[in-house]
Design a protein around this ligand. Structure first.
Ligand SMILES: [Cu+2]
Length: 216
C-alpha cells in the first residue's frame, strides 16, 4: 500500500465517521450563536456574532473533528450578550483525542485526564447569581467566588499518582496564576511544586516544559 492510499484511508475515517452534527434549539429568551472555539469549522457553522439563532428556532452545526488532539471549548457568541450568556453557563469543553496522543507514554488518560473550566462569579445575598445585565455592568466582571466546571469552590479527591489537568479560562474578566502548594509549606516556599506543561490551546507542545506556575 502506498503512502497516498494510507493518507486517503485516514481522511475517510476522519471525515466520514467522526464528523459531528449537533442540533442547537434555542429555548432561551434571547438570540444565541454557538461558537466552537479553536475548531476550523466552515463559515456557516462557525457561530460568528451576527449568525444568530432566534428564540424558538434551531440550527444544525457540523464539526469536522479533523484537527489533531487538542482542548477546544464552545460558548455562546451572540452579538451584544456573549459575555452574559457565557457567565450564566453557556460554555463547555470539547476535547479531541487522536491516536498519537493516546500513544504517548506516561500521559494520563480517562479518569486521570481532568478538564477544569475556571470562572469567577458574584452572588446576591439570597444566593442567586448576580446579573451583570440587571445591574448595568457592561465592562468588567471579576467576581469573588471561583467556580470550577460550574461548582463554587469545589473539592476533588485525587489518588497518589500522576494526573493530566486541562485548564480553561472561561471567566469574563479574571486571569489566573496557577501553582501547587506544597503540603510541607511551613518549610518549603510556595510555588515550588514543579509540574510538566504538555499542551497549549492549539495542541500538544513538542517538548514537555517543567514549570511551577502558569499565568493565563
Ligand atoms: Cu471563543
Amino acid at each position: 500500500m502506498s503512502g497516498y492510499e494510507i493518507q486517503e484511508k485516514h481522511h475517510s475515517i476522519v471525515f466520514n465517521i467522526l464528523t459531528l452534527s449537533a442540533k442547537f434549539i434555542n429555548h432561551s429568551d434571547r438570540t444565541n450563536s454557538v461558537h466552537l472555539h479553536g475548531s476550523y469549522s466552515r463559515a456557516p457553522f462557525d457561530g460568528w456574532a451576527d449568525d444568530v439563532t432566534e428564540v424558538g428556532q434551531y440550527k444544525d452545526y457540523y464539526y469536522p473533528n479533523a484537527q489533531n488532539a487538542r482542548t477546544l471549548w464552545y460558548h455562546d457568541h451572540a452579538i451584544e450578550h456573549t459575555a452574559e450568556n457565557a457567565y450564566m453557563g453557556q460554555a463547555g469543553f470539547y476535547i479531541m483525542h487522536d491516536e498519537q496522543e493516546l500513544a504517548i507514554p506516561g500521559l494520563p488518560q480517562g479518569d486521570y485526564d481532568i478538564p477544569m473550566a475556571l470562572t469567577s462569579k458574584r452572588y446576591n445575598n439570597d444566593g442567586s447569581l448576580w446579573s451583570p445585565e440587571k445591574n448595568g455592568e457592561d465592562k468588567n466582571l471579576f467576581g469573588d467566588i471561583v467556580h470550577v466546571n460550574g461548582q463554587p469552590w469545589p473539592y476533588f479527591k485525587v489518588e497518589p499518582r500522576k494526573y493530566r489537568l486541562r485548564f480553561l479560562n472561561a471567566a469574563i474578566s479574571r486571569s489566573w496564576e496557577l501553582y501547587f502548594e506544597s503540603a510541607a509549606k511551613a518549610k518549603i516556599p510556595m510555588k515550588v511544586r514543579p509540574y510538566s506543561f504538555v499542551a497549549s490551546a492549539p495542541s500538544l507542545v513538542p517538548v514537555r516544559i517543567t514549570t511551577s506556575e502558569t499565568l493565563f
